[in-house]
Design a protein around this ligand. Structure first.
Ligand code: SF4
Length: 334
């Protein structure tokens, strides 16, 4: 397995108390596989990614437990210098806001070339040639003429392509893309997502795609992990989750996607807001917002149950589907 996150726990120590931002998260990504991690802001999806990449702000953050096995090696046990070497060369990250992630006073050619100069010891001229190749690879028109342009001279979509190029430069085994298309308009969003999926297939990389939008991952993800209040509440292969979600929160997210065949109808929204991580409700954290909540939901934290479509389903296939809902069977049946 390329990456295995096991029972990861991340806390933030604040003046008001301890916020458990990531509370026992477990997931895995194989080479060439795309895992979409989905949830509203504050669900813990980005904090998990920061812990994997080793870019968590500590303090106030603290990794309180768990393992992050990357190609069998627990990253949490490495020294910062060792982690820095892995970052960029073997795993890379794409952020939502390319403008603040790129250096505004350096040309994009200099920033792309620097990756080769620093990590591979490539000479400046050769590094510039590689920078142009990369820009062409992510389909920046007239790359040769634009290599000396600054980030602000590119459109939002083109800047995001440059971010993808930077992440790809050293041909990492794993890319984590945190809301890579959120700041873009819908058409550009689809183009950037298609490009990312195409490159991921070509380079057989593992890809973790973090998003709050179930609508953007249907065509690119192999499997989905849905997070709520620091925990995973549902995992499933992508087609199964769209057809028959096994958690009321996932169902709510699916019902909130605008649909062309329901033009003019009011869009569904999950009632209420995600909880503060300083005051997570007892039992199932989703119960104050859940249309199916009953007494047991307020008292008992649901474990991640194995979801089986029928009793005869073989164990391996069932193990891929899990739901942290006491009433997952009812939810599955609508
Ligand atoms: Fe809703 Fe209860 Fe399931 Fe939580 S455990 S999602 S409150 S039905």
């Amino acid at each position: 397995m390329l990456l295995e996150v096991r029972d990861l726990q991340v806390e933030f120590h604040t003046r008001e108390g301890v916020a458990r931002a990531v509370n026992g998260v477990t997931y895995a990504v194989a080479a060439g596989e795309t895992l979409a991690v989905l949830g509203e802001s504050g669900s813990g999806k980005s904090v998990t990614a920061q812990a994997i990449m080793g870019i968590l702000d500590t303090p106030p953050g603290r990794i309180a437990g768990g393992e992050v096995l990357f190609q069998g090696q627990d990253l949490l046990k490495l020294k910062e210098e060792q982690r820095r070497r892995i970052r960029g060369a073997r795993m890379a990250m794409i952020f939502q806001d390319a403008l603040s992630s790129l250096n505004p006073v350096l040309t994009v050619g200099a920033q792309l070339g620097e990756m080769y100069e620093v990590h591979r010891g490539t000479g400046r001229r050769q590094a510039r040639v590689r920078a142009v190749e990369l820009m062409e690879r992510v389909r920046i028109p007239a790359a040769k003429d634009r290599v000396n342009d600054y980030p602000h001279q590119f459109s939002g979509g083109m800047r995001q392509r440059i971010m993808i190029a930077m992440a790809l430069a050293l041909e990492p085994d794993l890319i984590i893309a945190d809301e890579p298309t959120t700041a873009l308009d819908v058409t550009v969003q689809a183009q950037v997502m298609d490009l990312l999926a195409e490159l991921q297939r070509e380079f057989t990389m593992g890809l973790i795609l973090i998003t709050h939008d179930l609508g953007v991952v249907a065509d690119v993800a192999d499997k989905i992990a849905v997070m709520y209040a620091g925990r995973i509440v549902e995992t499933a292969p992508v087609h199964e989750i769209y057809q028959r979600p096994a958690h009321p929160y996932t169902r709510g997210l699916l019902d909130s996607i605008p649909r062309l065949d329901q033009k003019g109808q009011e869009l569904y929204a999950i009632k209420g807001l995600p909880p503060s991580l300083l005051r997570v409700p007892p039992g199932c954290a989703f119960h104050p917002r859940c249309p199916r909540a009953r007494d047991v939901c307020r008292a008992e934290v649901p474990p991640l149950y194995e979801v089986r479509e029928d009793e005869d389903e073989d164990e391996g296939a069932a193990g891929e589907r899990r739901s942290a809902c006491h009433f997952w069977k009812e939810t599955l049946d609508g």
